[in-house]
Design a binder for this molecule. Structure first.
Ligand code: ATP
Ligand code: MG
Length: 878
């Protein structure tokens, strides 16, 4: 039986190292100190990988390769958790006491009602989660793993210790492990160590003390930016070096503003409920009512008042939102990000692919004289062909332009792969026994590193200031016309140099520019206009040059103010940057780390920030954003960091997602408003009833039944239609608004409740049974029907509900009437309701609904102005 690689497994194997002066504690985590053979032996595997049977056994043993196991629990666990909730537990105890005292009817009924409501809760939640989970799996990052002696593509969460993984440039390193074999492999560990430059990885062992120095170790969560590597997996999931940290970080990840607000709201309700229940209990006891029944009544009231279905409604509404968003080509990985997307008021976007077609073509390759030069394009092609990193679209354009050019005379020796900090790539090549370093990259930086120019033949002459100025003008002219440019340069290298370094990229000979066109995406203009109209400000953040960005926004006619470059941002403190972001919409030549700084600066100003990007360079910012968005074809790392994935690279899809996020929010708010208004009203009515009624207004069982029916009636809310005006602006959680709503709608319903009491008692001299039947009918009906009024700020007859909500509401209303008015109800303590009383109840109910419709415009939130959401975070009470 193979076990996971735990500390105890290691002890015997590295006995010799313990003898050589190391303590087991030192070596426990330093898996890179072993040779390939030792590591293979320790993980009980071979170079050909694991058989799938064995892999399945290990998976069952060590668990999935995820930093945090999903919180989705099994159905039984979910039921168990509900059974131990205090109120439910008290009810179960109450049922048992009823049974013990011979009241088998109560025993049966209480347990049936409880069973039904738990079943409703659990099945709804479970189904919704399963649907959301399936969607999430569809965008899971995959790795190529050797199984049964052949490479297969597997979701990364199925990787186990002992697996052999084949990595290529652009892949996410799926777990911790060591390099068995490599070809120019470099990883970017910025996400974990903050080190922005790629580090080379080759087979070990290494003696390093820290992970950063371990040249043969690969860490889960980093990215292979160049070359290829064969990796032996040593540790997966939370056992990885950074998996543990990630898990720790995730557990303290601040809740969204909505979640915070909701929590504060829950606590408020809880306090009010506790207060009321105690009040009712005391009043009943002081009036010498039967103790057990009074106690049960109080508990049943508490059950009725707690919004116990809220977590389920949240999950169902969000999952339902996720399913709807998937239909609009947005796959949600983190459900609560739907709220963030809906409340997002700033969207940061990259340029290529989002604002442009990303169909890049080479349109020119001028030498220093401004004329297209064969020398320039040949050097560029050699560079693109021989670099080991992820080929960018620029490289593809160069290579397709030179497809029929023979580069046979050139031989590759090594390279310094591209990274987004230096924005260039060098290859070391040989021709006719001579060695050259060919460098291409961001043109202004290439030019700054040149002191000679190439006359088109390989002859180098000094770069005089006039010439430099002329080259700068040429670049300005091309960029100003919206062309993307790269600079190409070279230098001679000593024949014995095999390992070029970043330091070699100077004293270069300037060869010329490569000029590319990437047409702006016409549809982007429309999508941006739509987002801006919906209160989402667009900021463009790109590694590309300022003139190119300016040209794009002019062509697309995007209203963008201000521009900051990476060089300027580097000089600003975080505070100063935050101030600048207010009037800056364009950010050019920014590094990956600066993208993150911009996101944080915007957040510091109280914005809810979205970030959409597709590159390795976008991943940290995607992670930092409230709503991190990536696209289906993006790099693994970007997709792994994102909260949601667009199946189509289009801002229009984001705009759809925003609308969907706001829809979801609006529906959750309906449930909350329903809860608060009826809760608050009920509390007042119950307090009144306890003091002035000669008997309990409802039996405990009737209270429970009312609660169950009400809950079922609300299960249609997640499906409900939402008014256009609800999705017109970013939403904000506002506790004051909710309180105002309760303070208007609650007393209103109490007025009608009390009127009902008076009519029943004074007008008809109703018996306890008839009284309870009358009130049950009236209160259940109004509680259920009021949803059709408060679901919209528009007049109820203009905004139509979804048919699922109509069905769930009217269906349960019918059941309620059937139970209360037919002989079925006799067993539940209902009496025969005379017709005149029924008519009066109907009249009172109608009166209440009309009054609610008339008063709701004072209670529901007004339409907000665009500025209304600024400072959102400050508004949250919590
Ligand atoms: N393959 C390459 N070879 C040399 N230089 C490159 C290459 N790819 C990119 N660069 C340089 O790095 C700069 C930044 O890259 P890029 O434009 O892809 O950044 P980005 O932030 O992803 O931009 P975008 O917003 O367009 O997605 C480019 O403008 C270019 O100067
Ligand atoms: Mg990009």
């Amino acid at each position: 039986m193979v076990r996971s690689v735990s500390a105890s497994d290691r002890a015997p194997v590295h006995q010799d190292r313990v003898d050589s002066g190391r303590t087991p504690a030192d070596t426990a985590d330093r898996f890179w100190i072993y040779s390939a053979e030792e590591s293979l032996a320790r993980t009980k595997t071979g170079k050909e990988g694991l058989p799938s049977m064995e892999a399945a056994r290990r998976l069952a043993d060590v668990g999935h390769n995820v930093a945090v196991e999903p919180t989705r629990r099994r159905i039984l666990a979910k039921i168990g958790k509900r059974l131990v909730e205090p109120l439910i537990a008290i009810l179960i105890a109450a049922a048992l006491i009823s049974g013990a005292t011979g009241d088998w009817a109560s025993f049966g009924i209480i347990l049936t009602i409880l069973g039904l409501s738990i079943a409703l809760d659990v099945t709804q939640e479970h189904r919704a989660e399963a649907a959301a989970e399936a969607l999430k799996r569809s965008v899971a990052v995959r790795s190529t793993v050797e199984r049964d002696r052949k490479p297969v593509s597997l979701p990364v969460d199925e990787i186990v210790p002992g697996d052999i993984v084949l990595l290529r440039a652009g892949d996410l390193v799926p777990a911790d492990g060591i390099v068995l074999d490599s070809k120019a492999a470099h990883t970017n560990e910025a996400l974990l160590t903050g080190e922005p430059f790629p580090v080379e990885k080759r087979p070990g062992p290494s003696d390093a003390d820290t992970p950063a120095e371990a040249f043969n170790a690969l860490f889960g969560g980093t990215a292979l930016v160049s070359g290829e590597a064969t990796m032996l997996v040593i540790a997966t999931g939370a056992r990885t070096r950074f998996g543990g940290i990630a898990a720790a970080l995730r557990s303290v990840e601040p809740p969204t503003a909505f979640e915070k607000g909701l929590h504060a709201f829950g606590i408020l309700i809880l306090r009010m409920t506790a207060f009321l229940v105690l009040f009712v209990l005391l009043a009943n006891l002081m009036l010498h009512r039967p103790a057990i029944e009074s106690f049960l009544f109080a508990v049943a009231l508490a059950v009725g008042l707690t919004p116990e279905l809220l977590p389920m409604i949240m999950t169902v509404t969000l999952s339902r939102g996720a399913v709807r968003m998937a239909a609009r080509k947005v796959v949600v990985k983190r459900l609560s990000a739907i709220h963030d997307l809906g409340s997002m008021d700033v969207l940061c976007t990259d340029k290529t692919g989002t604002l442009t077609e990303a169909s890049i073509a080479l349109v020119g390759h001028p030498g220093p004289d401004g004329e297209d030069s064969d020398r320039v394009i040949e050097l560029a092609a050699v560079n693109s062909r021989f670099e080991s990193g992820v080929r960018s679209a620029l490289d593809d354009a160069i290579l397709s332009h030179t497809a029929n050019k023979s580069l046979e005379t050139w031989r590759r020796t090594a390279d310094v792969p591209f990274d987004f900090e230096r924005r260039r790539v060098s290859v070391l090549v040989e021709r006719n026994g001579e060695r050259f370093l060919i460098v291409k990259g961001a043109p202004e930086e290439i030019l700054a590193r040149c002191d000679q120019i190439d006359q088109g033949t390989g002859n180098a002459v000094a770069l005089v200031p006039d010439m430099r100025a002329q080259l700068e003008r040429l670049l300005e002219e091309k960029s100003g016309q919206g062309f993307r440019c790269l600079g190409v340069a070279w230098r001679n290298m000593p024949a014995d140099r095999d390992r070029p370094a970043v330091e070699d990229e100077q004293d270069l000979v300037f060869a010329g520019y490569c000029v590319f066109v990437d047409p702006p995406k016409a549809s982007a203009a429309q999508a941006i206009a739509r987002l801006e109209a919906a209160g989402v400000r667009i900021k463009i953040i790109s590694g590309d040059a300022a003139p190119v960005l300016r040209h794009i926004v002019e062509t697309l006619n995007v209203p963008a103010r201000g521009l900051l470059t990476g060089a300027e941002i580097a000089k600003l403190s975080d505070e100063a940057l935050a101030v600048h972001t207010a009037e800056t919409d364009l950010f050019a030549r920014v590094s990956p780390d600066q993208k993150t700084r911009i996101v944080r600066a915007l957040q510091a100003r109280g914005h809810t920030v979205g970030f959409i990007g597709d590159g390795i360079n976008d991943a940290p910012a995607i992670k930092a954003a409230d709503a991190g968005v990536s696209v289906d074809g993006a790099s693994d790392v970007a997709r792994a960091a994102a909260d949601m994935i667009l199946l189509e690279h289009d801002l229009e899809v984001v705009a759809d997602g925003v609308a969907e996020g706001r829809r979801t929010y609006a529906n959750i708010m309906k449930y909350i408003r329903m809860g608060t208004s009826s809760n608050f009203g009920n509390m007042l009515s119950m307090a009144f009833a306890s003091l002035f009624l000669p008997f309990l207004p409802l039996t405990p069982i009737q209270v429970l039944l009312n609660n169950l029916l009400y809950d079922v009636s609300e299960t249609g809310i997640p499906f409900d239609n939402v008014d256009e005006r609800e999705i017109a602006r970013p939403h904000t959680w506002d506790m004051h608004e909710l309180l105002r709503f309760s303070l208007i709608m609650g007393p209103l319903s109490s007025v009608f409740d009390i009127a009902t009491f008076i009519v029943l008692l004074q007008g008809f001299g109703a018996s306890a049974e008839v009284f309870r039947t009358g009130w049950f009918v009236e209160s259940t009906a109004t509680q259920i029907l009021v949803v059709f009024l408060i679901r919209t700020t528009l007049p109820a007859w203009i905004s139509w509900p979804n048919k699922v909500l109509v069905a769930s509401s009217l269906g349960t209303l019918n059941v309620a009437l059937l139970i209360a008015l037919s002989p079925l109800g006799r067993g539940l303590g209902f009496g025969v309701l005379p017709w005149p009383i029924l008519l009066i109840m109907a009249a009172l109910g109608t009166g209440y609904l009309l009054a609610a419709e008339a008063l709701k415009r004072f209670a529901l939130p007004k339409q907000r102005s665009i500025g209304g959401h600024q400072g959102r975070r400050l508004k949250v009470i919590g």
